[in-house]
Write a protein that binds this ligand. Structure first.
Ligand SMILES: Cc1ncc(COP(=O)(O)O)c(C=O)c1O
Length: 389
């Protein structure tokens, strides 16, 4: 029913009402969702449900309930990414997911891995530790983005993989994934996306992006807390990838308890290792319900409005902002240049405003639950750090 879907999309979201879901918002001006998304009552209720089942059923809840919850989470994540449930595996962190994938690639004829200087370091570390891999790190010309042309020049027929972020944690810039996938695929390389800073704030579509591997997790914009990550691998690639590490969750027949033989599962659960963090699985499910109910498209609209307002206000106060030149390429991670970022973050914290710092910058990351008043508030207090009364 496309008409009904359009009507739902056009229906106005009562953003103020959603704020009641997040107790931290009553206590602070919380503007650090790119580090840790706010805890919701729904996530908390799902954790309480898990605790209650643990109290009453103990280990029998595994078979009766909890394995089903893992499937529920893989299914919700798959729908959000426009993937199938068979293409989603769970890992303990983005680093752990990357380690499994890095161990599965064949570098003999293709020893090169290409990534960007603005990517999160853990992405590079997977390949820097390998003696059989030549890591090529591309520089940014404007400090905020990396021109796809730089990727085109670096990727050759010795390249196994292009690995980069959907949204740069350093600048909030959103990359043109399809352009990068085309560059990788034209040379026969695979394309891996670190989507930790995009999933939940920017629409993610693995098919439109033509990504081969797409890694996300609930910690940040998906508001599900630490201890988990999501690994998408394209259906036709799954069986080609045999990791050099394994665990019983990735075994074809997990409950056969066959010590002498190991065969990988046929689906993306072959990239799973051991028992996942169930409290996080439950928190992530509760928070994912909220994301799914609102819809990432609407969250993106809302966040873009708050982020653009913030950029405009802090610039009016004389601060420089490191961001993409084109507003369409900006997300809700706003890097405000500051001479003393740590002191500024402390000043803001003393006034109930939670933000973060990176060398040379105060990092402010509003999410849909923030308000325009909170943007005015942080701007005002940030200005005070430059012009003490
Ligand atoms: C883009 C990005 N990738 C990876 C990581 C690290 O993830 P993990 O701690 O799950 O390995 C972070 C952490 O902030 C990040 O921002």
């Amino acid at each position: 029913m496309p008409g009904a879907r359009a009507a739902i999309y056009l229906a106005r979201v009562n953003w103020e009402a959603w704020r009641g879901e997040f107790p931290i918002l009553a206590r602070t001006n919380y503007l650090n969702s790119c580090s840790l998304g706010a805890l919701s009552r729904r996530a908390e209720a799902r954790i309480a449900q898990f605790h209650n089942e643990w109290h009453t059923l103990g280990a029998s809840a595994w078979y009766e309930i909890w394995l089903g919850r893992l499937a529920e989470l893989r299914g919700r994540v798959a729908r959000m990414l426009n993937a199938t449930e068979q293409e989603i595996g769970l890992a303990a962190s983005v680093s752990a997911a990357l380690t499994v994938i890095a161990s599965a690639l064949d570098y003999r004829r293709r020893p090169r891995v290409v990534l960007g200087a603005l990517d999160f370091p853990t992405l590079a570390y997977q390949w820097l530790v390998r003696r059989d891999v030549e890591v090529v790190i591309l520089e940014s010309d404007d400090g905020a983005t990396i021109d796809p042309q730089r990727f085109a020049e670096a990727v050759d027929d010795r390249t196994a993989l292009v690995a980069t972020s959907h949204v740069y944690y350093t600048t909030g810039a959103i990359q043109d994934l399809r352009a990068l996938a085309d560059i990788a695929h034209a040379k026969g390389a695979l394309f891996l996306v670190d989507a930790y800073q995009s999933a939940g704030q920017v629409p993610c579509d693995v098919r439109a992006a033509d990504a081969d591997i797409f890694i996300a997790g609930p910690l940040k914009w998906l508001m599900g807390g630490p201890g988990l990550s999501y690994v998408y691998v394209r259906e036709s690639l799954i069986r080609e990838l045999e990791p050099q590490c394994a665990g019983w969750f990735g075994a074809r027949d997990q409950f056969a308890f066959d010590t002498r033989h190991f065969e990988f599962r046929e689906d993306a659960r072959r990239f799973e290792l051991g028992t996942p963090a169930l409290p996080t699985v439950h928190a992530a499910l509760g928070a994912q319900e909220i994301v799914d109910e609102i819809g990432v498209d609407r969250i993106r609209d809302r966040n873009a409005r708050l982020a653009e307002m913030l950029i405009e206000r802090v610039r009016a106060e004389g601060f420089a902002v490191r961001c993409a030149a084109d507003a369409a390429q900006r997300s809700a991670i706003v890097m405000v240049a500051h001479d003393e970022p740590e002191a500024a973050v402390r000043h803001l914290a003393e006034r109930g405003i939670i933000v973060d710092h990176r060398p040379g910058f105060v990092r402010i990351s509003p999410h849909f639950y923030n308000t325009e008043e909170e943007i005015e508030h942080v701007t005002h207090e940030l200005a005070a750090t430059r012009h003490p009364a």
